[in-house]
Design a protein around this ligand. Structure first.
Ligand code: GLN
Length: 274
């Protein structure tokens, strides 16, 4: 299943954070080491959205095909620095769009969103939940893919003014209630916060003196993101695996982990009756 990464810290070049590191997102394209429940490589497209202190809204680059094959991104990445970003590489879920627009991160205003997972039975399985959405939001959905529908549900909550942490948790809860087999690792950022969930797939967190990184798989952080106390060996940069069924909220100061209500959901009568 797809891999994603979220970063908050001092400005880093996109190539330093994504392309050059040992086991960075580029390497995870062909050699991920913790794919769960299907999928072997992540070559169905990729995307990066990044924030700069001098711009209100994030910029974004997305493309179909493997990250390694994109000359334009290879040329662009060393020219761009960002102090916050969301990157994703895609292993497409069956029967979903193969277009660029189906690649994360999805964007609305300051928000960037990535979904690592799948909603079995989509689109029928999410049809009832989608009924509460403004038809314009649905019609404007970027691509026919389960993740874009999840983003429509979440961005609807954000646009209604729900606090982002609640919106992420409630979106996961409503999707899993409707589709108990849904796999729902989500990642949301506004450039100041990273909010992520673990619901089946892998996620690790690394906080250095300067930066915080959430990623599907640990990788070697560039020197710019490591503090003076951190060595160059990336094993030392203290990545921690986030257990399954957790909500992670990180800003530039601190990271908090709290359990999602998994027992209630996974053992609920609704889940058993499906
Ligand atoms: N369901 C999403 C897609 O098709 C994400 C897939 C994944 O995590 N591999 O793009």
């Amino acid at each position: 299943m797809c891999r994603h990464v979220g970063y908050l810290g001092p400005p880093v070049r996109l190539d330093e954070l994504l392309l050059r590191p040992s086991h960075g997102l580029l390497e995870q394209t062909w050699a991920p080491n913790d794919m769960r429940l299907g999928g072997t490589i992540n070559v169905d497209g990729f995307g990066v959205g990044w924030y700069r202190a001098d711009r209100a809204e994030p910029s974004r680059y997305r493309a179909v095909g493997p990250m390694w094959a994109d000359e334009n991104f290879a040329a662009l990445a060393p020219e761009v620095s960002a102090d916050a970003l969301v990157g994703a590489i895609r292993s497409a879920t069956r029967s979903t769009s193969a277009e660029r627009t189906a690649c994360a991160p999805f964007r609305s205003g300051r928000w960037l969103f990535s979904h690592n997972g799948a909603v079995p039975g989509w689109p029928e399985s999410l049809a009832e939940l989608a009924e509460k959405l403004d038809p314009v939001r649905l019609l404007a959905s970027e691509a026919p893919v389960d993740s874009a529908t999840v983003w429509a549900l979440l961005s609807h909550r954000l646009s209604e003014g729900q606090p982002p942490v609640d919106a992420v948790r409630d979106t996961l809860v409503e999707v899993v209630r409707a589709v108990p087999e849904a796999r729902m690792n989500m990642l949301l950022s506004d450039g100041q916060l990273l909010i992520a969930t673990t619901w089946t797939h892998s996620l690790s967190v690394c906080r250095t003196d300067r930066a915080v990184v959430l990623a599907s798989e640990p990788f070697e952080l560039p020197a710019a993101a490591r503090g003076p106390r951190e060595g160059s060996g990336w094993e030392e940069s203290s990545w921690h695996a986030v257990p399954d069924g957790y909500l992670v909220v990180a800003d530039r100061e601190e990271t908090t982990l709290s359990p999602l209500p998994d027992i209630e959901l996974r053992d609920s009568p609704t889940a058993e009756s499906r």
